[in-house]
Design a binder for this molecule. Structure first.
Ligand code: CMC
Length: 392
């Protein structure tokens, strides 16, 4: 079987070539298709960035309008899929609801699932981008027992999602532009991050020529874990716990450093960044800005800043090059916007979707792609004879 190189966690194993996202983890650099993340976050919008990631270049006005129009026209869910939400308990976590519904989407479009057919891939791309916010909003509505709102296609992508989430049929809903702008920017910051756990999952599933919906559904599950996208909820839980215990960040950091079981500084550390995560720097500024523009203050933001100051000056974190990552401050913004903690990772999924799609398409179009199939080093028993149950 030849020589196998063991690399648990793929710390040093490249599984593909990619022209989508560039990271220099030591310098804290992140670029999508060559464009620095800070510039995109400031000057672009989420749909434009989605186009950029998926098609490789910034769209012309005409290309942009056409793309945005297509996405707008596919925001509705089939009424049968809508009833799917009835089967979940009221307190269902929205992440498994999200991935189940994405998985179920494939059953509604069985005539257009061929990964080798560019038209199938394009329509699946549009359907996913259009429907994920609708599914996410319904997953939320279900938990609060409110009626589902149909999309309003006079609204922009993010505005539509906010209205479906927080609006009520009996009342007009004014989208707060501060909230819409901040959420759009957060989606941009999450849109791709090369071969992270969920993206690698999307590629691995897709490498068997499974369809885009199946691959993305698997990616959503991978994202849900607390070491990955689930970290944004875990950060909030951690901050709330620290606040409830009197707000002593020093005490909490001691527990982290003592490696108490299950106690990590959530929202800190990264496999690739050994410097400040450039996304975290933007999110931190945005948290201050959004909270002040919404006229909100949050004791948890103060605790988060104290925690960061404490950690950045502590040898344990300095030696290990642990800095805040993108998840450290996002939850505080989501909370100020009115999202409950379990929805945070759903928001990450909406943001990451164009990256998953772009990476899946790049892989599918690459003639060098082979089915993903890691090897192992066997450590079990050598051959032995079967013993009948009566003799054991
Ligand atoms: N708190 C305390 N210690 C940490 C942390 C942390 N957050 N992260 C890493 N370490 C320590 C770890 O214990 C190890 O120490 P030692 O060498 O003494 O054993 C050292 O730093 C290296 O850590 P590692 O676990 O080998 O690093 P990794 O590359 O496998 O893990 C990580 C990366 C992101 C999973 C990890 O830093 C972590 O668990 N962070 C907390 C969860 C989190 O915030 N995840 C979000 C990641 S960013 C975006 C996303 O994917 O959502």
């Amino acid at each position: 079987t030849g020589h196998v190189t063991l690399d648990p966690g793929y710390v040093n194993t490249g599984a593909c070539t990619s022209a989508i996202t560039y990271i220099d983890g030591d310098a804290g650099v992140l670029r999508y298709r060559g464009y620095p993340i800070a510039e995109l976050a400031e000057k672009s919008n989420f749909l434009e960035v989605s186009y950029l990631l998926i098609y490789g270049a910034l769209p012309t006005q005409e290309q942009y309008d056409d793309f945005a129009d297509k996405v707008r026209r596919h925001t509705l869910l089939d009424e049968d899929l809508k009833r799917f939400f009835d089967g979940f308990p009221r307190d269902a976590h929205p992440m498994p609801v999200l991935s189940s519904a994405v998985s179920a989407l494939s059953t509604f479009y069985q005539d257009s699932l061929d990964p080798a057919d560019p038209e199938h891939v394009d329509i699946s791309t549009v359907r996913l981008l259009a429907k994920l916010p609708t599914i996410a909003a319904y997953a939320y509505k279900k938990t609060v027992g409110q009626p589902f709102l149909y999309p309003d296609n006079s609204l922009g992508y993010v505005e539509n999602f906010l209205r479906m989430t927080f609006g009520l049929p009996a009342e007009p809903y004014e989208v707060d532009p501060v909230v819409a702008e901040a959420l759009d920017r957060l989606f941009i910051l999450h849109a791709d991050h090369e071969q992270n756990c969920s993206t690698s999952t999307v590629r691995l599933v897709g490498s068997s020529q499974a369809n885009l919906f199946a691959s993305v559904s698997a990616g959503i599950h991978a994202l849900s874990g607390p070491l990955h996208g689930g970290a944004n909820s875990a950060v909030l839980d951690m901050l709330e716990r620290i606040a409830a215990e009197g707000g002593d960040v020093g005490h909490f950091v001691e527990r982290v450093k003592n490696k108490e079981r299950g106690v990590r500084l959530m929202g800190f550390g990264h496999r690739v960044y050994k410097n400040y995560d450039p996304r975290a720097a933007i999110v931190k500024k945005s948290a201050d800005d959004v909270l002040s523009r919404l006229g909100k203050s949050d004791q948890l933001l103060d605790i988060a800043k104290q925690l960061e100051d404490f950690a950045l000056n502590d040898d344990y974190f300095i030696e290990r090059k642990l800095y805040p990552n993108v998840d450290f401050y996002t939850g505080l913004i989501y909370r100020a916007m009115g999202f409950p903690t379990p929805m945070f990772t759903v928001l990450f999924a909406i943001g990451r979707l164009p990256g998953w799609i772009a990476q899946w398409r790049e892989m599918t179009a690459d003639p060098a792609t082979k089915i993903g199939r890691p090897r192992q080093v066997y450590t079990g028993e050598q051959e032995r004879g079967f013993v009948p149950i009566s003799n054991r």
